[in-house]
Design a protein around this ligand. Structure first.
Ligand SMILES: Cc1cc2nc3c(=O)[nH]c(=O)nc-3n(C[C@H](O)[C@H](O)[C@H](O)COP(=O)(O)OP(=O)(O)OC[C@H]3O[C@@H](n4cnc5c(N)ncnc54)[C@H](O)[C@@H]3O)c2cc1C
Length: 369
């Protein structure tokens, strides 16, 4: 049961959100069984397909629901990502990557590339965005052939259509190759304490013929999309936070410790932390869609990253102090979700994000939200 407020009834597509919640509920029920190295939520991803969520980010003209289009679409996408993240942070991570890849193809691809990607998504293919290079063998495009590997690639061995960045003499380009199940994937390095079911690993592309690039060199890093897209990751994290808050509430009620003053105070603080994340996410999602202030939008999402990270770290401490040792005992869902959240909170260059966000605010004196 959600502790935080449900979305208002004016929300455009309650059916899509209902579908996301149904998949999330099933994902939550199956998450303990997938909490081991090399796991991947195949059934849950298939459910995202049958529920129309894999195709939903496509525009109506390409058979989708326009999820993520405009301010209302952004708000709905935020609710969908929070719902899925509440069910499973690993599934939320995978779905976020899928949405990100489709948005990049829709924005930068030509008509044929957009049509082809839309058909693949509608057919149940999972997409992802793999940007992190293997330092020893960064991905590059040489005479039409790929050389090198990506690391920290979620859905490795399962994502059929990864959007990858590859170095060329003209700059970094986006490519959308086709991969067979397991192709090039190595999950042995994914020994993280959490997010085990995200199948995050290394993928070697060496020798693969490259398809034609999506967009122009440098498009992947084009602002504001590159930096502001982090709000979607925050939405998934906020979903996991809501799940932890609900588990804390249940624990306090079930254990009869809900009348204790210290426990009530901690629960209040935990609710504030979870709601803080939710509000930053919703505000960021809507504002990103509406503002023309590129620098301000980037700064605001950079600050949102810190706000959510701080709130999540505070929530983790509050939950663990309130529940005590039981919060560390497997297979308690709270133990797994805390591990998944702590792992997923580690995102690139958090110090730089805060510093840059602050620098813009100091210069401009105002943020767009
Ligand atoms: C579950 C999960 C799934 C992922 N899936 C994908 C995926 O599908 N595709 C993909 O491309 N990537 C993926 N990633 C990788 C992700 O995009 C980041 O690369 C990764 O999370 C970075 O984390 P980090 O803590 O190593 O970051 P870092 O940036 O190394 O930060 C660690 C610390 O070092 C500081 N720091 C950073 N740079 C410097 C510097 N130059 N000098 C001094 N200090 C510095 C930071 O502020 C921070 O305090 C995934 C990550 C996770 C956790």
């Amino acid at each position: 049961m959600d502790v935080l407020a449900a979305p208002p009834p004016a929300l455009a597509d309650a059916a899509l959100l209902g579908a996301a919640r149904a998949v999330a509920e099933a994902a939550a029920a199956g998450a303990a069984a997938l909490d081991h190295p090399g796991a991947f939520p195949a059934r849950e991803v298939a459910a995202l397909g049958t529920q129309g969520l894999l195709a939903a980010p496509l525009p109506a003209a390409l058979g989708g629901a326009g999820l993520g289009e405009g301010a209302a679409g952004h708000r709905l996408l935020a609710e969908v990502l929070m719902a899925i993240g509440a069910g499973s942070l690993a599934l939320g991570r995978l779905y976020e990557g899928h949405v990100n890849a489709l948005q990049l193809v829709l924005r930068h691809g030509d008509a044929a590339q957009r049509r082809e990607a839309a058909a693949a998504a509608a057919g149940g293919a999972l997409f992802g965005v793999w940007n992190t290079d293997d330092r020893a063998a960064p991905l590059r495009l040489e005479q039409g052939v790929l050389q090198g590997a990506k690391i920290l690639a979620s859905g490795a061995g399962h994502v059929a259509r990864p959007l990858v960045t590859a170095a060329t003499p003209a700059g970094s380009v986006m490519l959308l190759p086709r991969l067979a199940p397991g192709q090039g994937a190595d999950l042995s390095g994914w020994t993280a304490q959490g997010m085990q079911a995200s199948a995050t690993g290394r993928v070697d592309f060496t020798g693969l013929a490259a398809p034609s690039p999506i967009g122009a060199p440098g498009d992947y890093l084009r602002e504001p999309d590159f930096s502001t897209g982090a709000w979607r990751c925050l939405a998934v994290q906020a979903g996991g936070m809501a799940a932890l808050l609900a588990l804390l509430r249940q624990h306090l009620l079930d254990s009869g410790r809900d009348e204790d003053r210290a426990q009530r105070q901690r629960f209040g603080e935990a609710a504030i932390a979870a709601q803080t994340a939710r509000l930053w996410v919703l505000r960021s999602a809507e504002s990103v869609a509406m503002t023309a202030d590129v620098e301000g939008a980037v700064a605001a999402v950079n600050l949102a990253r810190r706000a959510v990270e701080q709130a999540a770290l505070a929530l983790l401490e509050l939950v663990q102090r309130s529940i005590g040792l039981a919060a560390f005992l497997r297979p308690a869902p709270v133990e797994r979700i805390a591990r998944d959240l702590a792992t997923y909170l580690r995102q690139p260059a958090p110090d730089l994000a805060l510093e840059r966000g602050a620098a813009t605010l100091l210069r401009q004196g105002q943020l767009p939200w």
